[in-house]
Design a protein around this ligand. Structure first.
Ligand code: 26Q
Length: 754
C-alpha cells in the first residue's frame, strides 16, 4: 500500500513538472482513480447464500473519504494532500454527491451496504440509476424552488456495463444498461451495488425546472426519483419505474443463479431478497412470472418465492402505504395481472377479512399486503413501530402470521457517522478507549468510566466547538451568512413533513422572538438550524419552509433580536451537509407526533456525535431514552397511545386549544401578522395559518406548550457546562447499540442466514 500511495505523489509531481498549476480537482481525480483500482483488486465476497437488498433509494453520500476509511488509508492520504498544501476537506469537496435518495429509507440502505461489506457478508444492492435523482433545492423569495440535480460527471465510482436481458413494455421491450459500484469493507473485500438505467434515456426531455413529458416512458423512465404522481400519467410512470427495477433485479438474480449452478427449485436455499418498503414489491410477482415461464406451476413458484423474500415496513402513515388502481396495473403491467388475480384469490380463500385483501372492494391493489402474504418475514424498524404494526395497523395480518413479524431497530454506519464526519472525536475516543469504536461499537460504554473526568469532558467540548467553527466557515462560504460559533446550535434536519412538525419549531422561534423583544434576553445566543426538502407537490410542506425563511429574514433584520437569536436554513440539505452540521450541533430536534416516526436515524447520528435529544416518545427516541436514562434526554409531549386514541375518537380539535390559550393564540396569529405578510407571500402564510387552526392533522398545538417549556429548560441546563458535558459523554457512551453492524447482524441471524 505504502509504495502504491507514492504513485499519487508522482502523478501530482508530473503535473507540476509540466509547469502547470495543481488544482484540487486534479488531486481528487488522481486519488479517486487510484482508489477505484485498489478497490477493484479486492476479492468479491462469496458465500453459499447471498442477499440482494432491493431499494428505490440508495442515499450514498460522497464516497472518497468513506472508502479511504474502509481501505485504512485515510490518515496517509491526508498527509499527502497536506504536504501539497491542500486540506483533505477541499479534496473531498470536489466530489459530487449522488442524488439517488430522498431520506431515511435511502440513507438506511447505504448504511446497510457499508455494514454488510464490513461484516464480510455476501450481499448486493439493486436499484435504479436516476439521471437527475431527487431535485436540487434552491431558495428564492423565501420559497423552495426545484431544479434538476445532474449529479454525475466523468469521474465516477460507477462502471457502465451492458446487460443481455430486456424488460417487457407495451408490445415490445425496454432495454436496460447497468451501472455497478463496488462497496468495499474493512476486510478489503467487496460487494456490488447494481443500478439499472434505461439505455435510451433522453435528458433533453426536461423542460422548465423539473418538468418533463411524462408520457414518453421509453425515454424518461430513469430521469427522476419519485416523479410527480399527482396525475394519472405520473402514477403510471411510477409503476413503470418500479416494474423496470424489479424485472431487471429478478432477471439478474436468475442469471446469476444459472451461472453459479443454483438449482431454481431450491433457490430459497441460496438467495434472500430484502424488499425495502413497497416500492420493489412487484419483484414477488415478477419472480413468479419468470418461474412460470421456466415451467413451474403457480403453487411451486409461489413457494420458492415465499422462501426468498422478506419485507421491511418503514411507515405507518396511511398516505404513504402504496396502493395502485387495478386498472392502472392492467394498463401498464398486463403480464402480471394473471398472477395478481391468482394470489388475490388464494389469499381471500385464506382470510375473508377485507382488511387483508390484495385487491380491495374499490379495486385498489395493496402492495404491502402482497409482501405480507407471500414474504417470509415482515419487520418494523424500531420497537414501538413494530409494536404498533402488530397491535393496530397490521393487526389482522399479525393474527394470521404471528411468526413472520419481527423488529429490527435501525442503525447507522459508524464509519460514516463517526470516522468520516468527525475524525477529531473518533481519534480521541479511539485513543482513550484504547480500542476502535467503529469496528467495536460496544467499547463506547467504557467512556462511562470517564464521566467524572473533567479533562475528558472539556476535550469533548473542545471538539464540539471546533466542529462549530468549521461549520460556521462552511456556511459563510456556501451561503454567505455570518454565524456565531459560540451560540447554542439547535438543529432540526430531516425531510419536511407535517408529522415531523417543523412548524412546532417555528412556533418556538416566534415565542423566543417575542420574548426577546419584551426584554427577556437569553444568556447565550441561540442558533436554530434547519435543513429540509419538501416534496414538490406537497403544498403545506412548502408553506412551512416559507414561514421559516420569512422568520429568518425578520430576525436577521431586527437588530434588537439578531444578537440573541438566529435562524439558519441550509439550502439543499443532503448527506454532505448532514456530515458537517451534525457534529456541530448541541440540540437534536426529534419532535415528531408520537406514533408517526417509524424510527428516525438522524437521532442516532446526533447522539453518537454528542448532541442531546429534545424529543417525543416516538420511534427510536424511546430506545435512546431507555439507554441513556431520563436524566440525559429531554422528552415531552403526549404518548403514542393518547395520540392513537385521539385519531380513533376523532376528538382532537386544534381550534379549541388555540382559543383556550392566549399564548398559543399569539404564536399562531404571528404567522399572518403584518410583519410576516410584509416579507412573505399572503396566500401561503394564510393557508398554513388556517391549516393549523382548522385541521392540524399532526397535532402541533397538542404538544407546543410542553415543547417550549422543555426547550427552555434545556437552554438553561446548557449553562451548567459540566452537567451538559456529562450528558454528552453519556450519550456518546450509550450510542454503540445504534451501529448498523448490530442491525445487520440481527437481520442475518433472524432472516437472511447468510
Ligand atoms: C409513496 C407513495 C408515492 C410516492 C412516494 C412514496 C414514498 C416515498 C418515500 C413513501 C415513503 C418514502 C420514504 C420513507 C422513509 O424514508 N421512511 C423513513 O425510513 C427510515 C428508515 O427506516 C425511518 O427511520 C424513518 O422513521 C422513516 O420515516
Amino acid at each position: 500500500m505504502e509504495k502504491n500511495l507514492d504513485m499519487i505523489v508522482e502523478q501530482i509531481s508530473k503535473i507540476k513538472k509540466e509547469n502547470k498549476k495543481v488544482y484540487t480537482k486534479d488531486v481528487y481525480e488522481i486519488i479517486q482513480k487510484y482508489m477505484k483500482l485498489e478497490i477493484n483488486k479486492t476479492p468479491v465476497i462469496e458465500q453459499e447464500r447471498k442477499l440482494y437488498y432491493i431499494s428505490a433509494e440508495f442515499l450514498l453520500g460522497k464516497m472518497l473519504t468513506c472508502n479511504a476509511v474502509n481501505l485504512g488509508i485515510l490518515e496517509d492520504l491526508k498527509k499527502i494532500v497536506e504536504n501539497e498544501g491542500f486540506t483533505w476537506d477541499e479534496i473531498q469537496d470536489e466530489e459530487k454527491e449522488p442524488s439517488l435518495g430522498n431520506g431515511g429509507l435511502g440513507r438506511l440502505a447505504a448504511c446497510f451496504l457499508d455494514s454488510i461489506a464490513n461484516l464480510n457478508l455476501a450481499g448486493d444492492g439493486i436499484g435504479l440509476y436516476y439521471h437527475f435523482g431527487l431535485f436540487e433545492q434552491k431558495f428564492k423569495d423565501n420559497k423552495q424552488i426545484e431544479v434538476p440535480n445532474k449529479w454525475f460527471d466523468t469521474t465516477s465510482w460507477f462502471t457502465k456495463k451492458d446487460v443481455l436481458f430486456k424488460v417487457p413494455y407495451k408490445n415490445g421491450y425496454l432495454e436496460p444498461i447497468l451501472y455497478d459500484m463496488e462497496i468495499v469493507g474493512r476486510q478489503h473485500t467487496h460487494n456490488i451495488l447494481h443500478l439499472f438505467d434505461l439505455k435510451n434515456v433522453d435528458e433533453s426531455l426536461v423542460r422548465e425546472g423539473i418538468e418533463f413529458d411524462k408520457q414518453a416512458v421509453d425515454k424518461n423512465l430513469t430521469l427522476f426519483l419519485y416523479p410527480d404522481d399527482s396525475d394519472e400519467a405520473g402514477r403510471k410512470l411510477r409503476i413503470y419505474q418500479q416494474y423496470f427495477m424489479v424485472s431487471c433485479a429478478a432477471q439478474m438474480i436468475l442469471e446469476e443463479a444459472d451461472q453459479r449452478g443454483w438449482k431454481i427449485d431450491e433457490l430459497d436455499q441460496y438467495v434472500v431478497v430484502q424488499i425495502n418498503d413497497t416500492h420493489p414489491t412487484m419483484i414477488i410477482l415478477e419472480f413468479i412470472r419468470l418461474l412460470k415461464e421456466r415451467g413451474f406451476m403457480l403453487n411451486q413458484a409461489m413457494k420458492i418465492v415465499s422462501g426468498m423474500c422478506a419485507y421491511t415496513n418503514h411507515t405507518i402513515l396511511a398516505e404513504a402505504l402504496e396502493t395502485w388502481p387495478y386498472s392502472y396495473l392492467k394498463d401498464t403491467v398486463p403480464q402480471l395481472i394473471e398472477i395478481i388475480e391468482a394470489l388475490d384469490a388464494v389469499m381471500k380463500e385464506r382470510n375473508s377479512n377485507p382488511s387483508t385483501a390484495i385487491i380491495d372492494e374499490n379495486q385498489n391493489v395493496h402492495m404491502a399486503h402482497i409482501d405480507i402474504h407471500i414474504g417470509k418475514s415482515v419487520n418494523g424498524v424500531a420497537k414501538i413501530h413494530t409494536d404498533i404494526l402488530k397491535e393496530t395497523e397490521l393487526k389482522d395480518f399479525y393474527k394470521m402470521y404471528p411468526t413472520k413479524f419481527n423488529n429490527k431497530t435501525n442503525g447507522i454506519s459508524f464509519r460514516r457517522w463517526l470516522c468520516t464526519c468527525n475524525p477529531e472525536l473518533y481519534l480521541y475516543l479511539k485513543k482513550i478507549l484504547k480500542n476502535d469504536p467503529s469496528s467495536n461499537p460496544n467499547v463506547l460504554k467504557r467512556l462511562i468510566m470517564f464521566a467524572d473526568d473533567e479533562e475528558v469532558i472539556r476535550t469533548l467540548q473542545k471538539i464540539k466547538l471546533h466542529k462549530k467553527q468549521e461549520w460556521v466557515k462552511h456556511m459563510k462560504k456556501k451561503q454567505g451568512i455570518d454565524l456565531n460559533p459560540n451560540a447554542i446550535f439547535d438543529t432540526q434536519v430531516k425531510r419536511l413533513h407535517e408529522y415531523k412538525r417543523q412548524q412546532m419549531n417555528a412556533l418556538y422561534i416566534i415565542y423566543k422572538l417575542l420574548k426577546i423583544r419584551r426584554g427577556w434576553k437569553p444568556q447565550r445566543p441561540i442558533q436554530v438550524i434547519f435543513g429540509a426538502k419538501a416534496a414538490p407537490a406537497y403544498t403545506i410542506a412548502k408553506d412551512i419552509i416559507h414561514v421559516l425563511l420569512c422568520l429568518a429574514e425578520i430576525i436577521r433584520n431586527d437588530a434588537s433580536v439578531s444578537p440573541y437569536l438566529q435562524v439558519c436554513f441550509i439550502e439543499n440539505y443532503n448527506v454532505s451537509e448532514a456530515e458537517k452540521v451534525i457534529p456541530a450541533s448541541d440540540i437534536s430536534e426529534q419532535i415528531s407526533l408520537a406514533s408517526k416516526e417509524a424510527s428516525g436515524t438522524g437521532n442516532m447520528k446526533f447522539m453518537l456525535n454528542g448532541a442531546i435529544t429534545l424529543g417525543t416518545n416516538d420511534g427510536a427516541n424511546i430506545e435512546i431514552a431507555k439507554l441513556v436514562g431520563k436524566e440525559n434526554i429531554y422528552t415531552f409531549g403526549k404518548d403514542s397511545n393518547t395520540v392513537i386514541e385521539h385519531y380513533k375518537n376523532c376528538d382532537y380539535v386544534s381550534k379549541d386549544l388555540y382559543e383556550q390559550s392566549d399564548e398559543i393564540k399569539e404564536l399562531v396569529d404571528f404567522i399572518v401578522s403584518d410583519e410576516m405578510l410584509e416579507v412573505g407571500n399572503q396566500e401561503s402564510l394564510i393557508r398554513l395559518y388556517r391549516e393549523i387552526l382548522n385541521k392540524d392533522w399532526f397535532m402541533t398545538l397538542l404538544d407546543v406548550e410542553e415543547y417550549i417549556q422543555c426547550k427552555e429548560q434545556m437552554l438553561n441546563d446548557y449553562e451548567n457546562r459540566l452537567k451538559w458535558g456529562k450528558m454528552m459523554l453519556k450519550n456518546i457512551a450509550m450510542s454503540g447499540f445504534f451501529s448498523s453492524d448490530r442491525t445487520i447482524n440481527e437481520y442475518n441471524e433472524d432472516i437472511w442466514k447468510i
